[in-house]
Design a protein around this ligand. Sequence first.
Ligand SMILES: Cc1cc2nc3c(=O)[nH]c(=O)nc-3n(C[C@H](O)[C@H](O)[C@H](O)COP(=O)(O)OP(=O)(O)OC[C@H]3O[C@@H](n4cnc5c(N)ncnc54)[C@H](O)[C@@H]3O)c2cc1C
Length: 324
Amino acid sequence: MTQDIFLLIEHIQGQVSDISYIMTAAARKLAQKEGGSVIGILLGSGAEHLKDTLAVDKVIYCDHPALAEFTSDAYERTLVSLLTEYSPRAVLFGNTTLGADVSSSLSTNMEFPIVSSCIEVTESGSLISQICGGKIMVESQLADKTTLITVNPGGYKPEAGQSDSTPETIKFSPPDLENLKVKLSQYIEPDIGDVDISQEKVLVGIGRGIQREDNIELAEKLAELLGGEVCASRPVIDQGWLPTSRLVGKSGKTVKPNLYISLGISGATEHTEGVIDSKTIIAINSDPDAPIFDIAQYGIEVDLFDLIDPLLEQIESVKNESSG
Ligand SMILES: Cc1cc2nc3c(=O)[nH]c(=O)nc-3n(C[C@H](O)[C@H](O)[C@H](O)COP(=O)(O)OP(=O)(O)OC[C@H]3O[C@@H](n4cnc5c(N)ncnc54)[C@H](O)[C@@H]3O)c2cc1C
């Protein structure tokens, strides 16, 4: 086994995904401790140029038409062959649909231990994971064999894993990729819905704490006064109170507004990974231990129903003063 830290570069439709840069930043911290290099694994077809913005030391590139888009069995076959040849200290994957799929099957098939939902690598090389919807933090160490790690967004900014200097490429010959069981037939773009929340500058996010469908109009009023829109966590969408196009998080949209006001949302990682890049987050929650306060710049520990009417009145009066 070498001391090198590998990461699987995620890309979709010709774009490197932010999670690849976040993993690069985490891998650099780990490599510092382990004394190895940071090596990106890039699988694709005519996609070698995608390596150019990543702050990795080298890229192992495998080119094959079957790797043009992600499918689990083509990726898995290639990774089994590549990891057997290189035997790295650790391999990072995004805790994404793609990363979770391929890392869990590699862990089973190659008997590699796996650390899930890592958000940070400490100075001493420990892996910090956030589990049970953000309520429990776990500290783990690398095992004495190649360790697989899935990385959550949140611990590192994508910019920390970007670079202008082009990394060296090592070409890797693909294994036999005939008779694959899974083939991609087409991409189906999600319906943007009435509003594209990923483009909004001000968002009011509502969670289970809103309690009833008819309370949503309070959040809509707040959003309207601030020139924004309403979005929601999963329980609100599951109740059918807002359309799926308003869902924020792992199974919904990633948003990057200037202002995100979170009303009665606990801050589970599946939600926060979709809001972490907002410029300013204001969290309103009656539970002082709610994990949403860990990512918010401003937090108000209060029953939202005690706050919202005076808040609406205050905003209205400030707006009236400035327009009068
Ligand atoms: C594979 C997978 C994918 C997922 N994808 C997503 C996703 O894309 N988006 C998403 O949001 N979730 C997703 N989830 C669900 C996620 O794990 C959480 O369950 C969900 O985000 C919790 O929503 P919530 O914060 O609204 O509800 P809860 O966790 O129930 O939190 C409600 C919060 O409201 C507060 N509260 C209650 N009453 C009041 C009040 N009167 N005033 C102030 N505060 C109050 C409570 O203190 C609590 O913190 C996913 C889960 C899985 C397993």
